[in-house]
Design a binder for this molecule. Structure first.
Ligand SMILES: [Zn+2]
Ligand SMILES: [Zn+2]
Length: 231
C-alpha cells in the first residue's frame, strides 16, 4: 500500500503498523526508514507499482536504530545497492544487532530488547548524517537531530513541501503523543528536541499512524503548542 502525501513524498505501509517514505530527487528516491525483516518485499512491490526499479532507491536514511525501522535494512541494501545513512549516535547499535540496555530508560524496554525477534543481523552503515545537513540537494531533505527516543534520532523536513517525517519522535496511534517513556533512551530530552522543529510544517508523516495532509496539520501544531506550555 502506498499513497502520495505531498508532491514528491510517498508513504509506504510496510506492515499494518509501520510506515516508510519515498522522497523524489533528481537521481531517484531517498527512502526514509525500512521496517521489519519483511519490509523490503513491501517496499519493492510499491516501487514496482510506481513503475520504477529497485535501483531507483538511491539511499536509505534511518531515523533511528530500532528493530521496527532497521531490521530489513541490510537486505534492502543488498537488493538495491543503496547506501545506508544514520546519525552517528545510533550507528553503533546497527553493528551491535540490537538496542543495548542503555538505549531504553525503562525496565519494560530493556526486557523486550532481549527477545531474539527484536534483534537483527549486525551491519555497518555507509555514512552518517548530522543536524542541519541536507541529505542531498535534489531531494530537499533537511536533518533535524531530535535525541530522546534514541540518542541519534533524526527527523527529516522536506523543505520544498514543508513536510516533516517524524520517525518515532511523535506517534499517531489513536492520538498524537510522545510514546511510551520506557521505550525511549532519555524521555526528558524529547520536548526540547521537538522545540527545534520549524513552525510552518504543512504535512506530517508518522512512522506509526496515519499522516496529516495539507490543511489537516492543526492537530499536530496544537500538540507542539501544548508541549511548550510549562508543566
Ligand atoms: Zn523507535
Ligand atoms: Zn518505531
Amino acid at each position: 500500500m502506498h499513497n502520495r502525501i505531498a508532491p514528491g513524498v510517498t508513504l509506504i505501509a510496510t506492515s499494518k503498523r509501520d510506515n516508510a517514505f519515498l522522497v523524489d530527487g533528481d537521481d531517484g528516491f531517498t527512502l526514509i526508514d525500512v521496517g521489519w525483516a519483511k519490509a523490503p518485499q513491501s517496499l519493492l512491490t510499491a516501487v514496482a507499482d510506481l513503475g520504477r526499479k529497485p535501483s531507483d532507491i538511491r539511499r536509505i536514511v534511518l531515523t533511528h536504530a530500532h528493530p521496527d525501522h532497521v531490521q530489513g535494512a541490510a537486505q534492502l541494501r543488498d537488493l538495491t545497492g543503496a547506501p545506508i545513512l544514520i546519525h552517528p549516535a545510533d550507528a553503533p547499535w546497527l553493528d551491535a544487532g540490537r538496542v543495548p540496555p542503555e538505549g531504553r530508560s525503562g525496565f519494560v524496554g530493556r526486557a523486550i530488547d532481549r527477545l531474539p525477534k527484536l534483534h537483527w543481523t549486525p551491519f555497518t552503515p555507509d555514512a552518517t548524517v548530522n543536524d542541519g545537513e541536507l541529505i542531498q540537494d535534489s531531494d530537499g531533505l533537511r536533518v533535524v537531530h531530535t535525541p530522546g527516543h534514541s540518542p541519534g534520532h533524526i527527523v527529516l523536513v522536506h523543505e520544498p513541501t514543508r513536510t516533516v517525517l517524524l520517525g518515532d519522535a511523535v506517534f499517531n496511534r489513536g492520538a498524537i503523543a510522545l510514546g511510551p517513556a520506557a521505550l525511549a533512551a532519555d524521555p526528558d530530552l524529547r520536548r526540547a528536541s521537538l522545540a527545534k522543529l520549524p513552525a510552518d510544517l504543512r504535512t506530517i508523516g508518522f512512522a506509526h499512524g496515519a499522516p496529516l495532509t495539507e490543511g489537516n496539520a492543526d492537530a499536530f501544531h496544537e500538540f507542539l503548542e501544548a508541549l511548550r506550555a510549562p508543566a
